[in-house]
Unconditional design. Structure first.
Length: 309
């Protein structure tokens, strides 16, 4: 879980800052699904997305790199080019950073953004009867892990265009800048975070931060047909697939309940998906077509099982 910091400055503006690293054993890189350029691009989006989820416009980027002594200069250049491309795509300037040696590759960055103080999006602030939303299909990255690590080695092969959709979760990730700007400027009470650990875990973090029970309507969850195919082949519950580990940089959160759906579509985003509501209580729960609720305990990335009150 990444915590985004905020500093209020002059003229009712706020500076937002976040830092994150790409692990040396990034699964998509180890599998050969992305090259060094795409690894750099991924690092860029990973950090830019945190700023975007805060409602800020990315403006600056700092790098902290460390490599083994035999690391190739050409590979370093490709990583830097990937980072530069990500920053260029979001009009964000690479300001510099630090380079040192290490026993393994370590690439991290700090992203800087700016927004109006009144437009900052927080993770805290949800209330009972708020709607729960997401920005697009849930769990395509988690689906990609299940496909490339499990289903494909067992002989299940998707159509080429379907496999490309999954590969592009790693090669061409997107930060939802336009979506977040419409959220932050909507003048409604909204909470927001991006998913980098797994949808199930991200929702659980929001529920814990806000001391609420998040209840998702299973029929309302936007699930791609590719996820259904992979889950069927592996004989897995579809929710175990799409709510599991995977950084797809979805924006998820809550908005106040008096915001009508028509206003959402017109004033916030054409792509917003309403997937549930908040109630008194704790945890994340799934309500099926028979209105039976089951608690959701699908783990995501949580290296140290840290809980923050």
């Amino acid at each position: 879980m990444v915590i985004v910091g905020q500093i209020d400055i002059a003229n009712q503006k706020s500076i937002c800052l976040s830092t994150d690293r790409v692990p040396a054993n990034l699964i998509s890189f180890k599998l050969g699904l992305i090259n060094y350029f795409e690894l750099g691009y991924y690092l860029g989006i990973l950090n830019i997305s945190d700023i975007v989820a805060n409602g800020a416009i990315p403006i600056g980027f700092l790098l902290t790199f460390a490599f083994e002594s035999n690391f190739l200069i050409e590979d370093l250049k490709n990583i830097l080019c990937g980072v530069k491309k990500a920053c260029d795509d979001y009009s964000c300037q690479v300001l510099g950073g630090d380079l040192s040696d290490s026993s393994e590759m370590s690439i991290a960055a700090t992203s800087i953004g700016i927004t109006d103080q009144n437009n900052v999006l927080y993770r805290q602030g949800a209330r009972v009867d708020d709607y729960i939303y997401c920005s697009d299909y849930l769990g395509l990255t988690a689906t990609a892990f299940d496909y490339f690590l499990k289903a494909k080695p067992q002989g299940f092969v998707l159509f080429k265009y379907e496999e490309e959709i999954l590969v592009n979760q790693f090669r061409k990730p997107k930060a939802r800048l336009e979506f977040s700007q419409r959220l932050s400027q909507s003048n409604f009470r909204i909470t927001c975070m991006d998913n980098t650990d797994g949808i199930g875990q991200s929702l659980l973090e929001l529920a814990e931060i806000n001391n609420l029970r998040f209840e998702l309507n299973k029929d309302d969850l936007p699930i791609h047909e590719i996820s259904i195919k992979v889950a069927d082949f592996l004989s897995k519950d579809i929710l175990d697939v799409v709510l599991g580990v995977g950084a797809d940089f979805q924006l998820i959160g809550t908005h106040e309940s008096n915001l009508e759906l028509q206003n959402i579509n017109n004033d916030v985003s054409d792509n917003i998906q309403i997937i549930g509501k908040t109630y008194e209580g704790k945890g994340v729960w799934i309500k099926d077509e028979k209105s039976i609720t089951t608690e959701c305990n699908i783990p995501g990335w949580d290296y140290y099982n840290i809980k923050i009150d």
